[in-house]
Design a binder for this molecule. Structure first.
Ligand SMILES: NC(=O)c1ccc[n+]([C@@H]2O[C@H](COP(=O)([O-])OP(=O)(O)OC[C@H]3O[C@@H](n4cnc5c(N)ncnc54)[C@H](OP(=O)(O)O)[C@@H]3O)[C@@H](O)[C@H]2O)c1
Length: 96
């Protein structure tokens, strides 16, 4: 099983987002996110995924309860367990 790492940018009170976007957009934070996750698999909640720009060089997984959802640039999963099963041979995966 892969090491499961969580990566986030939070406010001083643990805030994660606002209006379905990030609280802040710091260039250095985004560069750090890119460098740490490059070449790795990342699971995003469906709402987060829909607000993301294209993330090249990452294997993107989207968590949804809905049937018949497909994205050309991401693998859709119905549970965290499914994500972990699909990525079990990888060294480290991320929940973003
Ligand atoms: N600060 C950071 O680093 C950071 C990181 C990530 C996200 N965010 C922020 O977080 C906010 C979005 O978070 P959110 O909690 O509102 O939405 P979210 O987690 O991105 O998406 C929620 C959706 O994900 C699916 N989902 C979640 N848990 C599931 C489960 N156990 N099984 C199946 N599907 C599941 C459902 O999609 P369906 O409705 O399609 O079933 C649900 O409606 C945004 O503001 C975003 O910018 C911040």
């Amino acid at each position: 099983m892969a090491i499961v790492s969580s990566i986030m940018c939070s406010g001083l009170k643990g805030e994660l987002g606002r209006n379905n976007g990030l609280l802040v957009n710091f260039k250095e934070e985004l560069q750090y996110f890119r460098s740490v996750t490059q070449g790795k698999s990342i699971l995003f909640g469906h709402k987060t995924f829909k607000g993301l720009p294209s993330l090249k060089g990452r294997n993107i997984y989207v968590l949804t309860s809905q049937d018949n959802i497909n994205y050309p640039n991401a693998t859709v999963v119905k549970s965290v367990e499914e994500f972990l099963e699909l990525t079990k041979d990888e060294e480290e995966v991320f929940i973003g």
